[in-house]
Ligand binder design. Structure first.
Ligand SMILES: Cc1cn([C@H]2C[C@H](O)[C@@H](COP(=O)(O)OP(=O)(O)O[C@H]3O[C@@H](C)C(=O)[C@@H](O)[C@H]3O)O2)c(=O)[nH]c1=O
Length: 185
């Protein structure tokens, strides 16, 4: 029995990971990360070095964030309380899907994870009163290499499920346009 299922999104390198959940009278159990299975299903060697955890209120939008080489980050993201709309944007200039984005609902209920490889900008919008967001990264945080593309960039036209203006950090309010951003080759 496979305890991890991986589905491709419309951008092949971005994958939805669905763990098998074992439910019984006590509650549930699942393997939230299994290196051997994950690498087999993703088809490459992956070394995670940092785990992050954030908590945000409804309508908070964090992103679109990425780090430049030589410290770009792959991220395996999930939600353990509440729900978010999670978005990955292909910012690899040489990619056939350059400028395209994928949006997936990740929630404590659906237990889905999203694998976002290097070369993508990432953001999420909180859909519940609060959301706790956990993610593993393949490199450490380098403040000087961190970049932000504006969440509402007109070239990207991401269809955010928003009812009102999102709550943003000053850094995210000042995000760059796609056309002016430092991108990947
Ligand atoms: C990302 C990061 C931030 N920090 C600090 C810097 C700052 O004082 C505080 C909050 O940082 P930020 O405002 O950048 O947090 P946040 O907006 O949650 O940033 C995150 O957004 C999502 C969408 C991502 O994809 C992540 O990679 C990361 O960029 O935490 C670290 O110490 N280590 C880290 O790895």
């Amino acid at each position: 029995m496979n305890i991890l299922k991986i589905t491709n999104t419309i951008i092949g390198d971005v994958k939805v990971v669905e763990p098998k959940v074992f439910t019984d009278d006590r509650g549930f159990f699942f393997e939230s990360f299994n290196e051997a299975l994950f690498e087999k299903l993703v088809g490459q060697r992956i070394r995670f070095v940092q785990d992050n955890h954030s908590r945000s209120y409804r309508n908070v939008l964090r992103g679109l964030h990425y780090q430049l080489p030589p410290h770009s980050q792959g991220k395996l993201v999930r939600v353990v309380a509440g729900a978010v709309y999670d978005v990955a944007v292909d910012i690899r200039r040489s990619s056939k899907t350059f400028g395209q984005w994928v949006g997936v609902i990740l929630s404590a209920d659906n237990k889905r994870q999203l694998w976002i490889p290097e070369g993508f900008a990432h953001a999420f919008l909180v859909l519940s009163d609060t959301a706790e967001f956990l993610y593993k990264t393949t490199d450490y945080w380098y403040k000087d290499l961190e970049r932000t593309i504006h969440w509402n960039d007109s070239e990207l036209s991401i269809q955010w499920p928003l009812q009102e203006a999102p709550i943003l950090s000053p850094k995210d309010l000042a995000g760059s346009s796609l056309s002016m951003a430092d991108l990947f080759a």
